[in-house]
Design a protein around this ligand. Sequence first.
Ligand code: DHE
Length: 498
Amino acid sequence: MKRWWVMPLMWVGAAHGSVAGGPDVEQAERDYQQHCQQCHGVNRIGGAGPALLPQSLSRIKPDEIRQVIENGRPASQMAAFGAVLEPARIDGLTLYLQRPLAVEPTWSEDDIRHSHHVLADVASLPDKPQHNADPLNLFVVVEAGDHHVDIVDGDRFEVLARFASHFAVHGGPKFSPDGRFVYLASRDGWISLYDLHNLKLIAEVRAGLNTRNLAVSKDGRWVLVGNYLPGNLAVLDARDLSLVKMIDTVGRDGQASRVSAVYTAPPRNSFIVALKDVKEVWELSTGPEPDFVPRRIAVQDQLDDFSFSPDYRQLLATSRQAQGGQVIDLDTGRVVTDIALPGMPHLGSGTYWKRDGRWLFATPNISKGLVSVIDLGTWKVIKQIPTLGPGFFLRSHVNSRYAWTDVFFAQGNDAIHLIDKQTLEIAHTLRPMPGKTAAHVEFTRDGRHLLLSIWDTDGALIVYDSNTLEEIKRLPMNKPSGKYNVGNKIEFVEGTSH
Ligand code: DHE
């Protein structure tokens, strides 16, 4: 799925020295050693600054990499090198950073253990909220523009705390079952444990070099981290993030695989693991005294992206072979049916709701301007709702009559559609800040209000009344991306992401 973000590398690159008119790789390497490695690590795996590996940079346009080298990054330690390096040397560095290392970097159990820091002793902290907001109606908001996280009071819509995160916290912070703790994963592999009662960071560990996401077990004891680099899983103790076990993700046929994503399946008391390179889905029991030995479910194809039925008995997955969706029964491990879905459905961002007593599941589509609606009883597509362009997220709440979706990949991505969950028609199209990308909403715990991101360095979090659609408040923010309501997440409510 990376292809929408990756700019093609125009430089095929000579192994040594420069080619006519091309960049001087050896010079770029010397420049890296002299100017960058102190913060970004001897072999580019990161240090005080983020990792500078192709895996870490693949979503950033080369031009942006160049800009950052030249001008630095505001509100960070990243200095500007425009006055130090000539333009051709900056070009060389830009290209050098996107090249794979000659030897793939490793990250061992010892590396994980050495990176582990406990920053506060939970036992000595009050176990009641030290703020006067409703602890189950807090939002955790990721500000991607300057790598910060905000804790927002979901009744007053005020920021209670703001702290610097590691580089590129991606989707899906997860919570302890009581909602006190939140676990964040950065693309660079850093896992952070934050106490929402005391508004304090508790612990951090680097569980991998390039991480996909994390999941917390139903009982709140374990954190599972899924990595691309190295391709493996790390089981952490949820109390302090200490390493419990590392599991290499190797298929039955011996082939190593990256991990696409990990999820918790509460009714099954297990973690479900999607593997990127082998035709298997894994289930790890999190019951009492778990051994974290995977149950391997053989599937017909590598599954790219998936979601669950409301009872977690079935997996809805996109598969290259089925050219659409595939339904897999998690108990039998069998494919129940294929679902003909056009384009590239983004099942992980899909959501379900009830209509006339039946469960429906709707998914946005990242290559076509439509939202597909599936009847979960028959697995038939009952409606394709045309939108203004391909979208990324879809979100609702049991108390909202609308499902909100964006047109992230379209020219006019300042638009937001509100789909009426009963008529399955677009009821409203809003343009909250014309010219600026609008995407990703999350509802308050009672569903009366919702927060929408304006995805821009000069962006905002806009609070709406979910019934009247009246704008209640605007909080200026720097590229707010995902936001997560504690109550909705720990109760796994209908309409939100799990
Ligand atoms: Fe995400 C969630 C994968 C690109 C913002 N994204 C997720 C999850 C996965 C995923 C597996 C679920 C995590 C969970 O619940 O724990 N994302 C991918 C990709 O494979 C993809 C397409 C390419 C990649 O490089 O990884 C991708 N994602 C992006 C972006 O470019 C976005 C827009 C900006 C960013 O931060 O990188 C982005 N992803 C998000 C957000 C969520 C997310 C905001 C959380 C959704 C939610 O509400 O739970």
